[in-house]
Structure formats: C-alpha cells, structure tokens
Ligand binder design. Structure first.
Ligand SMILES: Nc1ncnc2c1ncn2[C@@H]1O[C@H](COP(=O)(O)OP(=O)(O)OP(=O)(O)O)[C@@H](O)[C@H]1O
Length: 261
C-alpha cells in the first residue's frame, strides 16, 4: 500500500486534523439525484467511541460507509492514520476500490444490526473466517476465536449455529468476528437495534469493555440515546450535515466541548 499524503480539499476551511485517526472533510455523496451527505466535517480521535445519531434517512449509514471506504465519496476527503508512531496519513477516499478493500480487511471491523453471520457455520467457525482469510492457520484461528467468544460471555457456545443462539448471543458472535483480527476501528451500524433493552445492555457492556481494553476506536450509529450514552462523544446528522455535537477536534487534539455547533 502506498499512503497518499493528505491534501486539503479546495472547499474545506479546516484541514484534516493530524490528531485524528479518521478525519472527514467536506464529504458529499449523492445517490442519483438524492443527496445523502452535503459537506460533512468530522474527526474521530484514536481510542475514542463516537456515537452518530440522527433521524432515519439523514445520512448516517452513508457517512459510516464513506468513512470506512465502503463507498467512494463524490467530493471531499476521508483521511485515515493508522495508529502507531510514524505512520503516514492516507487519503482513503482517494484510493480505488481494490485498495480501499485492502484497508478495510486489514484495519477495520464491522458489526451490523442483522444477518451478518453465516447460518451454516458454527459460531466459532464464523469468528475464524477473518483470521483464515488473513492466512492464520486453522488451529491457531480456532483457538483465538474460542478465547474471544469466552471473553464475550459465550464459553461453551462455540459449536452452536447462529439459528440456535439468542439475538444477543448472535450479536456477541458478530462482535467477536469483527474484533478477532484486532482492527484499529470498529464500525457498528445499530449493533443492538434488533435487541431488547436487557440484551442490548449486555452486548454493549461486553463490547465496550473489549474495545476499551484493546484501545479500538469505535464509530457507532444508533437511534437509542441509552446506547449513545456509552460513547465518549455524540454527533447528530440531519439532512446530510452534522448539526449538533463537536464534529472537529480542537487543534490540541483534545475535545473542546465549548466549540460544539
Ligand atoms: N443505495 C442507495 N441508493 C439510493 N439512495 C440511497 C441509497 N442509500 C441511501 N440512500 C438515500 O440516501 C439518504 C441517506 O440514507 P442513509 O441510509 O445514509 O440514512 P440513515 O440516516 O442511515 O437512515 P436509517 O436511520 O433509516 O438507516 C436517504 O435519502 C436514502 O434514501
């Protein structure tokens, strides 16, 4: 991979933040004639848990997909700086699909609301998939997957298939699968949206404990204020722009709640 040096988009007043792990500047994205994002500026600090809230259709999932390099942007930049000393920022939005896909595989984990586990595989086999794709040997992959499932409260459940698990257990398997490759960023789109409040609490408690321990940065979409309360910071997207919350890090790299929009 050849990291591209960050550049300042012509229509952005604020350059990408050097303190951010992900720095979004003036991102626009339309589907045909439907504008989904209309000039988003957003930073995510390393190790931060960010909640993205907003009404249905406001652009949250599109934003997450642009930040994660799933979707190309129409305009603006998404700059990603891999954690660790001396790593050069890369303009993710300037990479082609193959290069973005490589970054996603190596650096990012994903959890969605539904349907992300392969029903014909056991829980442990679902979790081993990313490791096997990355070239880990089967025995080591199974051992890592079993340990992580245990860490998420699923000791002894590894041989069950997704259809034999409760919704909360299945989401914990999905989190294990997203986290087993030690991603730098976990992107979660309504990770507990299909669960009742008790199961949701268990899943969030375990997920947050794990990401805090590993220092994983989290970008989490949610409609639920109780879920957003788990985050360090919250922004609200309306009509394709961020209308509430501190979107851009203070120049020192810290949070500056006084600068909230
Ligand atoms: N693949 C697509 N094709 C066409 N329009 C799309 C597509 N994806 C999103 N849109 C449109 O873009 C806008 C933003 O959608 P998006 O899914 O990002 O919103 P959201 O805030 O995540 O909504 P929800 O909370 O309901 O999931 C909406 O008008 C939506 O209809």
């Amino acid at each position: 991979m050849n990291p591209t040096p960050p550049s300042v988009p012509a229509d952005s007043a604020v350059p990408p933040s050097p303190a951010a792990l992900l720095s979004v500047r003036q991102v626009h994205k339309s589907f045909g004639t439907t504008p989904a994002l209309r000039g988003i500026d957003l930073d995510v600090a390393p190790g931060e848990v960010l909640a993205v809230m907003g009404p249905s259709g406001s652009g949250k999932s599109t934003l997450l997909h642009c930040m994660a390099g799933v979707l190309p942007t129409d305009r603006g930049t998404v700059t990603y700086t891999r954690p660790g000393a001396g790593t050069a920022p890369m303009v993710l939005s300037a990479l082609d699909e193959a290069a973005r896909s490589g970054v996603r595989l190596r650096e990012f984990g994903f959890v969605f609301q539904y349907g992300q586990l392969l029903p014909e595989l056991s829980a442990v086999d679902n979790v081993t998939i990313p490791l096997l794709l990355a070239g880990t040997r089967r025995r080591a992959a199974r051992s890592a997957a079993t340990e992580l499932l245990g860490r998420l409260g699923l000791t002894g459940q590894g041989e069950k298939h997704p259809g034999e698990l409760s919704g909360g257990q299945a989401q914990r398997v999905a989190i294990a699968r997203a986290m087993v490759g030690a991603p730098a960023v976990l992107f979660a789109d309504e990770p507990t949206g299909s669960l009742d409040s008790l199961a949701s609490e268990t899943v969030l408690d375990l997920m947050l404990e794990l990401v805090r321990e590993t220092g994983t940065t989290v970008v989490m979409i949610t409609h639920d204020p109780r879920t957003a309360a788990y985050a360090d910071r919250e922004v609200i997207v309306r009509d394709g722009t961020i209308t509430t919350g501190q979107a851009v890090l203070a120049p020192t790299g810290g949070t500056d709640r006084g600068a909230a929009a």
